[in-house]
Design a binder for this molecule. Structure first.
Ligand code: NAD
Ligand code: DAU
Length: 334
């Protein structure tokens, strides 16, 4: 089986490549990634000389690049995206290009060669929940509220339209917030840990810090995607979550405790524009139909993540300084 992974140099994509190459010795992977600020080939250093792995620097909005890669693959697993909400508020243009046009270009190639296509999406397409609302599930109406979530919602609609119109063999998953190894330090949990490890830098908590996210350890997300591409029902959507709803301030206090720091490191700052108050996922469908459930509790996952960042200081320091962007040039001579 040959998988085309888009955005494999990013956080979840690189974790997925590790998962697949370790679990399936006979599989091959092509990783197509344009290496934006979020793409980091250091995440995949151990596979560089493995004959089963190939990296292609390319843009998913470029149909010439995409066409030949899709043609030679069996399954497209589509992670590539602009993924950070704050960046979408500051500069939405690239979110429209990559998340909507990029998905469209990939779908066109998949249609041409009739390839199996799995689309990775987010719970943010469903909007925001009140404190007593039932969690999101596969039947929740779309209500995206940021340029990021609106662009992901558009891509979801395109993917489903290719199933209904062209019978393209697609599946789709909407997942809650991930955390773990290789998460860029702009994401909340990585930001809190790295600011504390670095010392000096305060933890910026938006608004009152009582917004709720449903956290999932990234390896559990990878296992869910693995199951869907192998056993998921064509045309279906699966919601994936951690059943680990916590207020942001709870997360901060837990990490402070794990690192033996006090609450003077917290700085309440201006809230994010249009900040969604609460996300939560009901993952009963994938649990009952495919037998998936999260294996790592939030407490265990946070401990593992803190240890990972402690043991991989040069990784996050290179990301924070920008040095990681030199890695590709050194390795590939361009
Ligand atoms: P990320 O920002 O860490 O990585 C995105 C990757 O895509 C990067 O390597 C980047 O270089 C690449 N990329 C961006 N534009 C590209 C383009 N035009 N062509 C080729 N490659 C391009 O993102 P992530 O957090 O790993 O998220 C991966 C996917 O999962 C996204 O689709 C995101 O919407 C979704 N998702 C993320 C989370 C989360 O908590 N991080 C949760 C649910 C769903
Ligand atoms: O829910 C899934 C989504 O989770 C993914 O689709 C996105 O790609 C991913 O970035 C993430 O989006 P969030 O906006 O929920 O994650 P972020 O890490 O940016 O923020 C988590 C919460 O922490 C959110 O309520 C905002 C808050 N926050 C974030 C940052 C960066 C702060 O209070 N301070 C901060 O500095």
């Amino acid at each position: 089986m040959k998988l085309l992974i888009t955005g494999g140099a990013g956080f979840i994509g690189s974790n997925f490549i590790h998962h697949i190459l370790k679990k399936y010795p006979e599989y091959q992977i092509i990783n197509v990634d344009i290496l934006t600020y979020a793409g980091n080939l250091e995440n995949l250093r151990i596979w560089e000389n493995d004959a089963r792995y190939r990296f292609v620097k390319g843009d998913i909005t470029d149909s010439v690049v995409v066409d030949s890669l899709v043609a030679e693959s069996d399954v497209v697993v589509h992670f590539a995206a602009e993924s950070h909400v704050d960046r979408s508020i500051a500069n939405p243009y690239v979110f429209i290009d990559t998340n909507i046009k990029g998905t469209f270009v990939l779908l066109e190639a998949a249609r041409k060669y009739n390839k199996r296509f799995h689309h990775i999406s987010t719970d943010e397409v469903f909007g925001t929940l009140g404190p007593k609302d039932a969690p999101f599930d596969e039947n929740t109406k779309y209500d995206p509220r940021s340029p990021y979530s609106a662009s992901k919602a558009s891509s979801d609609h395109l993917v489903r339209s290719y199933f209904h119109t062209y019978a393209l063999p697609i599946t789709l998953s909407n997942c809650s917030n991930n955390y773990g190894p290789f998460a860029h330090p702009e994401k909340f949990i990585s930001l809190v840990i790295t600011n504390l490890l670095e010392g000096g830098e305060q933890i910026p908590v938006y608004g009152d810090g009582l917004q709720v996210r449903d956290w999932l350890y990234v390896e559990d997300h990878c296992k869910a995607i693995d199951l869907i591409i192998h056993t998921g029902v064509i045309g279906e959507t699966y919601c994936i979550g951690g059943k680990s709803e916590r207020e942001n301030i709870w997360i901060v206090k837990k990490i402070l405790e794990l690192l033996g720091k006090d609450e003077s490191m917290i700085e309440y700052v201006k809230d994010r524009a249009g900040h969604d108050r609460r996300y939560a996922i009901d993952y009963s469908k994938i649990e009952h139909e495919l037998g998936w459930h999260p294996e790592v509790t939030l407490e265990e996952g946070l401990k593992k993540t803190v240890v990972w960042f402690q043991e991989n200081e040069s990784w996050w320091k290179n990301v924070k300084s920008g040095d990681y962007q030199e890695y590709y040039k050194k390795q590939y001579g361009k």
